[in-house]
Design a protein around this ligand. Structure first.
Ligand code: C2E
Ligand code: CA
Ligand code: CA
Ligand code: CA
Length: 280
């Protein structure tokens, strides 16, 4: 009898409701995980293509709940819709600086690497990102020049004036700004000239499968020449093979990250990766 009722309910239950319920569950768990500081960061090495040296890391949020890894593609959208990305983002910035400080102590001197932290458009719109950057810098005593904030075009499109103010303030603190997922948004390109952007990150959707795809090569070339003309650095994401690494280097891309070099690593493994690379 019960099965029948469930079946009937299911029939009338819009799928949207299921999704809303699932989202609510994730949101509740995520809130607790953030409060209890149970999220972690993984650090993916960023490689200078010309030299093969590790020149930085990108900090990426990780959430393990009940023995299961919940991917950022699941929890970051929920965090953005619920506003939890504000405490999450604040935590991520401080945690990344804390790690950098602890690496410096282990290395016995400031490590010559930068640390990139992802900043959501919601944070730019609703939080004081420059102030929290200053707090994290002060608390963990890292040189601002070593910090890069990764913003997406959506952060700019939502409120260009506010974004511009925040970016100018971040720059005057001494940190740099990378435009993430470049090429996937739909903003006009005029802002590239007006805003204080240092690096374009070429989205992995253009890099993956690029070698067998003339259109992708054309897009990557266009982004690289645009960046060169504007004096910006370039980072290719999703570099999974040596062939891609070589091709991107030949095309003049400056930095790369991807499984060919290393996946995102925990703090200890990332430090070990840097030590090996640095003494090679
Ligand atoms: P993203 O910023 O574009 O980060 C790059 C993503 O590509 C990461 O996924 C990384 O693990 C993955 N990746 C790295 N190398 C390769 C490769 O060679 N091949 C492929 N296929 N993928 C590669 P991840 O860690 O799952 O993060 C997904 C997205 O979640 C990030 O994309 C970023 O938008 C967001 N995210 C992660 N952590 C944070 C955070 O602390 N704050 C905010 N606001 N967003 C975050
Ligand atoms: Ca990123
Ligand atoms: Ca990206
Ligand atoms: Ca991406």
């Amino acid at each position: 009898k019960r099965a029948k009722t469930t079946g009937a309910t299911e029939l009338y239950q819009p799928r949207a409701l299921d999704i809303a319920r699932q989202q609510f569950t994730i949101e509740t768990c995520l809130r607790r995980a953030i409060e209890a500081e149970r999220l972690t960061l993984a650090y993916q090495p960023v490689i200078e293509l010309r030299t093969g040296r590790v020149c930085g890391f990108e900090a990426l949020a990780r959430w393990r709940e009940g023995g299961v890894d919940i991917p950022p593609s699941t929890f970051i959208p929920v965090a953005e819709e619920s506003g939890l990305v504000l405490p999450l983002g604040r935590w991520a910035l401080a945690e990344a600086m804390r790690t950098l400080g602890s690496w410096d102590r282990r290395a016995g001197a400031p490590m010559p690497v930068s640390m990139a932290v992802n900043v959501s458009a919601i944070q730019v719109a609703r939080d004081d990102v420059p102030a929290m950057l200053e707090d994290a810098i002060r608390a963990h005593k890292v040189a601002p020049e070593r910090i890069a904030l990764e913003l997406t075009e959506s952060a700019i499109v939502a409120d260009p004036d506010r974004a511009a103010k925040a970016m100018d303030a971040v720059r005057s603190i001494g940190a740099t700004i990378a435009l993430d997922d470049f090429g996937t948004g739909y903003s006009n390109l005029a802002y590239l000239q007006r805003l204080p952007i240092d690096v374009l990150k070429i989205d992995k959707s253009f890099v993956t499968g690029m070698l067998g795809d003339r259109d992708k090569v054309a897009i990557v070339r266009a982004i690289l020449s645009l960046a060169q003309a504007l004096g910006l650095g370039t980072t290719a994401e999703g570099v999974e093979t040596p062939e891609l690494s070589q091709t991107l280097a030949a095309l003049g891309c400056t930095l790369a990250q991807g499984y060919h070099y290393a996946a995102p690593l925990d703090a200890d493994a990332a430090f070990a990766y840097w030590s090996r690379n640095n003494s090679a």
